[in-house]
Design a protein around this ligand. Sequence first.
Ligand code: ADP
Ligand code: MG
Length: 513
Amino acid sequence: MNDTPIKPAIGIDLGTTFSVIAHVNDVGRPETIPNAEGDLLTPSVILFDEDEVIVGREAAKAKATELEKIADCPKRQIGNQVYDKVFGDRRYPPEALQGWILNKLKRDAARVAGDFDEAVITVPAYFDEVRRKSTQDSGFIGGLKVLDIINEPTAAAVAYGYQAGWIDLSGKVAEPINVLVYDLGGGTFDVTVMEVGVNRFRTIATDGDMRLGGQDWDQRLIDHVAKNFKDNYGIDPTEDSTALGKLLRDCKDAKETLSSRSKASVECVFGSSSIKTDISRDMFEDMTLDLLDRTDFTVRQTLKAAKLAWTDIDKVILVGGSTRMPAVREMLTSLSGQQPDTTLSPDEAVAHGAALRAAMLSNRHSNAFAPSEIKNVNSHTLGVVANEVETGIAKVVPLIPRNTPLPVVARRVFKTHRKNQESILVQIVEGENNTPEDCSQLGRCAIWDLPDTLEVGTLIEVRFAYEENGRLKIKVKVGGSTQKAFRYEIQRPNSLTDEQLDSWREYICDSNE
Ligand code: ADP
Ligand code: MG
């Protein structure tokens, strides 16, 4: 026996609207850890109040009255250089805002799980390279050592698989099954088709919409209630931040009520006037039908990309609080011809899967967890920009098409254009379009010190190694007599430097000690 204390296996679902932290308990079951307020879900909201920074429930409550002091849904802006709102006279990178959230989760969870710094964090399958790296940086800033970044649907499938016994811990091989994970949260939508076998999770196809979630359903209700007010009083309550804050909260409540009741009402107060608007579930479903249709479309597309038919799908799993809306369940039942599996809480499944993954990685409960293999695919095509020989026009040359199983290594050979060319610029892009402007720029690496005797047409080999966690490494080899090789970490224009990361980490973690 060794005496080193077992490290807790921690998983974090860093959600757009709510975050959840879970651990694997002493008997090997994943369990959500309540925060200091006693809640299982922590709103991903930050309040900057003078010198105080408050994360979670109290910050979310302040949205109704102090909207200007609130940083809401930093995850929606991850990948940008700074969050789009100024607090006092300060601007914050989204990584720092997420760092605050993670640090609160960490501190609160330590009271139950004991001190820890290692954790698995989840991201939407649709997140690109930039956002994955930013999420990892957020973890560092929040005082964590990020063991792995895994996709939310993969985590959900792990949790369902574990609890339903698809993962046969005794090692008996069951038939692999195909699972479709439909995740509609507060701010993002994801659909993923995976193959789940014993100790094996393989993503076949994934797609989603970074800008679609429960908030859009809320917004439809807000528009409806505000219009009713305006029709009656001629003034728009959404122009006032206090009235809008209250509307945001009440419309979200009404939407959630409509998941279990057939009607709800919202009282809108602005100035000295007020009006009550009644909404039935049918009305609500009518005014949000196009949003649901967008998810329907993506589900079909993803199934097509996976080259599967509904009869090949053994399980439909629902993840994300918004899947509590009956319309979502009805749509999926009629699409798939089967009842979606709702045995796990849609808010907690992702964090539970992440905790199980952490347990697998840290070899805790090693008798209970056979080594498990998680296979991901890349969610966007990765390529480089090259000039067409005939026209000189810049075009995207794809290296790794979307939905390629990871890890993958891809090579492509280019030629130099000019004699004695001194430098080469390799521009890395991500996206489904062949015009560079329509793709997102991941970064560029420039090689300045080429040997000065290069012939026209010297071969340049670009090699992409895309790892399972979605991280990308690049190697450029210059052929001819030189055989020089250059290794690159992509330089992302928006990402924080090591010094910035250290100073944010110190700032956020120390102030909370
Ligand atoms: P995220 O992963 O984006 O943080 P969650 O999975 O926690 O989001 O889902 C949050 C969303 O779920 C919110 O928009 C919330 O209003 C919605 N939600 C929660 N419960 C219900 C319900 N009963 N009916 C409809 N929507 C709900
Ligand atoms: Mg979520």
